[in-house]
Design a protein around this ligand. Structure first.
Ligand SMILES: Cc1ncc(C[n+]2csc(CCOP(=O)(O)OP(=O)(O)O)c2C)c(N)n1
Ligand SMILES: [Mg+2]
Length: 688
């Protein structure tokens, strides 16, 4: 049964969506119209959410994985009266005022084409790239369980919340949702509910063009509780399905809802015409008439619609929030240490003494692979940063990404405070889950071979857009992989990830740069970082004054992206004759080339360039001090493609690196074969 008031609220969502898309002359009206009852029910009856406190850490999360249906979410946020946050606190204005809906898809509107995390309060993750929203929802559900496992005490719940994700055929077709669903089923995430809009329509037409499997049976096989609702307008059937989710304690729930895209439109309902373009003024008029609406009204919200949301989510949310606050106060009195720690986590702060264990590394000609030093430093940091959690896509022994200190343990529903995740061989979902975890304040990381960063690239792009400070540990970073051959040897990956705005690509040259890289990550609040590491050993470079380990803060220059590692100036000019620059495993080649050049009377400066992105952000004076324009003889060395280095090489510089794919052979033979050697650096520096 749908009451008159409910019907009014639902039709308000429909008409707002139609009107906004029409005014913008672009967008997706059909799915918000079809899913209006589902959105209504979730927000107004089900979710634990207080519109006055949208920063409430234990609120239920709603993910609109079919991000193109953004008007559904904006209408719901508007009707619920969600407050806009600024710097994490309510800013005294609504997140989605009606004026912003009227300017849907226009510059500076809080209603951009697709929901954007951090831009509109109430948008819990950025969605639009299909499949990723549901995959991120798995990370959020894991996050709730982990926080509960870590901080709940004496039967008192701290961060117990559900995660609802609304998704469509596109989400179901994308591989990443299968990876994520398989993982969620395996992990038995009973606090996760996906609602699949089974409308049998995508852009090109009927789903029968390309999609014929039984999704429900697939999810049953993944270990999910599968519920079916025959009509999206049947609120009682939806309620029953959601009751089943509430009652389910062992499996995630999938509710498959049959809906009619463009519901209410006499001529476009059920057709892909309603998917991605405005209905048209005349059709909107007809639809409004059909829905019993004033056909001339635009962006009309009846006061009864606000009223029903105020009585629903407004009143319920305020009560729930007050109750949680009281519970947390009692919790804080009984467990002050845990409460303080949890608050630090939620504030994005670091715990006291977080870097206590991160010791410097003494110079060592043999050294160690940066993946090894990374494994050590990761553990030193994570032991002191209790909410740093993550794992690998089945490569932890190679990535050295396991947390091995006492009590670290593995995450599972039985051991929800475990710190290590076994993502399985699902790189894309791994990165999406890592993003989901980060949205709730957890310092999450994931790991794989650098070459497989391509598999997770689309999620890394969302880390950048959402400004989530997640860590990608990417080992086996070049032809240094050796015998596994070209499929496993990254060549273009550094360049391609450097091209991604807001990504910090970090390729440390030795153990002390690795240590600084982790310090950088720990302090970072809005940029993800790719930590690119070697399989093969690298010397730990001498940096401090002989016999005085406190004489300098080892490798501190890493924070500026590039720095003078060893200098040598021509007394006649006060400048180096040549600048040798490199990242990671090629830096030590430059150091040995410098020695040879010095013997020949050539003054070479060696610049370590762990992050070209960070260097590009430095003030001009600093960049000039490291790479003075007057010194035009330059050599850059990197076991990857040249792209990206030309800025620093100028017209006269020379690049030593890769021009094609690698080969299968022992790594030192490959370096010889491709000419990435100190001798070649000397030759190029001399202009030979
Ligand atoms: C990864 C990705 N590929 C393609 C698109 C473009 N796209 C947007 S909506 C859509 C069709 C989605 O169909 P469905 O999920 O069934 O949504 P409905 O038409 O039912 O609203 C496509 C292909 C996208 N947003 N993301
Ligand atoms: Mg569809």
């Amino acid at each position: 049964m749908t009451t008159l008031a409910e019907n009014l609220a639902i039709n308000t969502i429909r008409t707002l969506s139609m009107d906004a898309v029409q005014a913008a002359n672009s967008g997706h009206p059909g799915t918000p119209m079809a899913l209006a009852p589902v959105g209504y029910l979730l927000f107004n009856e089900r979710m634990k959410y207080d519109p006055a406190h949208p920063h409430w850490a234990a609120r239920d999360r709603f993910v609109l994985s079919c991000g193109h249906a953004s008007m559904l979410l904006y209408s719901l946020l508007h009707l619920s009266g969600v407050e806009q946050l600024k710097d994490g606190v309510p800013a005294g204005e609504k997140a989605v005022p009606i004026e912003h809906i009227k300017r849907f898809r226009q510059m500076d509107s809080r209603c951009p084409g697709h929901p954007e995390f951090g831009h509109t309060t109430g948008v819990e993750v950025t969605t639009g790239p299909l499949g990723q929203g549901v995959a991120m929802s798995v990370g959020m559900a894991v996050g709730s369980l982990w926080l509960g496992g870590k901080y709940d005490r004496g039967g008192k719940k701290t961060m117990d919340f559900n995660v609802y994700a609304l998704c469509g055929d596109g989400d179901m077709m994308e591989g990443v949702s299968s990876e994520a669903a398989s993982l969620a089923g395996h992990l038995k995430l009973a606090n996760l509910c996906w609602i699949y809009d089974d409308n049998e329509i995508t852009i090109e037409g009927d789903t029968s063009l390309a999609f014929s499997e039984e999704v429900g049976r697939r999810f049953e096989a993944y270990g999910w509780n599968v519920q079916r609702v025959a009509d999206a307008n049947d609120l009682d059937a939806l309620r029953k399905a959601l009751d089943s989710f509430d009652a389910e304690k062992e499996r995630p729930t999938m509710i498959i809802v049959k809906s009619v895209i463009g519901y209410g439109s006499p001529n476009k309902a059920g057709s892909h015409d309603a998917h991605g373009s405005p209905l048209g003024e005349e059709e909107i008029r007809l639809t409004k008439k059909n829905l019993g609406w004033d056909e001339n009204a635009k962006f009309f919200v009846p006061s009864e619609a606000y009223e029903i949301f105020a009585q629903g989510i407004g009143a319920r949310g305020a009560k729930q929030y007050a109750q949680w606050e009281a519970e947390m106060k009692a919790f804080g009195e009984e467990f002050p240490a845990e409460a303080t720690e949890l608050q630090k986590l939620l504030n994005g702060e670091l715990p006291d003494g977080w870097d206590e264990k991160m010791a410097r590394w003494p110079a060592d000609a043999k050294g160690t692979a940066t993946r090894n030093s990374s494994g050590k430093v990761l553990n030193q940091l994570a032991e002191k940063l209790p909410w740093m959690i993550g794992g690998s896509a089945d490569l932890a022994p190679s990535n050295k990404s396991n947390l091995t200190f006492a009590g670290a343990g593995d995450f599972s529903v039985e051991t929800p405070a475990g710190r290590n995740f076994h993502f399985g061989i699902r790189e894309f979902a791994m990165a999406a889950v890592t993003n989901g975890l980060a949205t709730i304040g957890i310092r999450s990381y994931c790991a794989t071979f650098f070459v497989f960063a391509d598999y997770l690239r689309a999620a890394a792009r969302l880390s950048c857009i959402m400004e989530l400070p997640v860590l990608y540990i990417l080992t086996h970073d070049s032809i240094g992989v050796g015998e596994d051959g070209p499929t496993h040897q990254p060549v273009e990956h550094l360049a391609s990830l450097r091209a991604m705005p807001n990504m910090v690509v970090m390729r440390p040259a030795d153990a002390n740069e690795v240590r600084q890289a982790y310090k950088f990550f720990a302090n970072e609040k809005r940029r993800p970082m790719c930590l690119v590491l070697t399989r093969q050993d690298l010397p730990t470079l001498p940096r401090c004054e002989e016999g005085n380990p406190d004489s300098c803060e080892c490798a501190i220059g890493l924070w500026k992206g590039a720095y003078i590692l060893r200098d040598s100036l021509n007394p006649a000019t006060g400048l180096p004759d040549v600048i040798l620059m490199a990242s990671g495993s090629e830096v030590h080649l430059c150091l040995s080339a410098q020695k040879t050049l010095a013997a020949d009377g050539i003054f070479a400066r060696v610049v370590s360039c762990p992050s070209l992105d960070l260097f590009a952000d430095q003030p001009e004076e600093y960049r000039e001090s490291v790479m003075p324009k007057a010194c035009r003889r330059r050599v850059a060395v990197e076991a990857g493609v040249e792209q990206g280095w030309c800025t620093y090489l100028g017209l006269d510089g020379k690049f030593i690196g890769m021009r094609g794919f690698g080969a299968s052979a022992p790594f030192n033979q490959l370096y010889e074969h491709f000419g990435i050697t100190a001798e070649n650096v000397v030759k190029k520096a001399k202009g030979e």
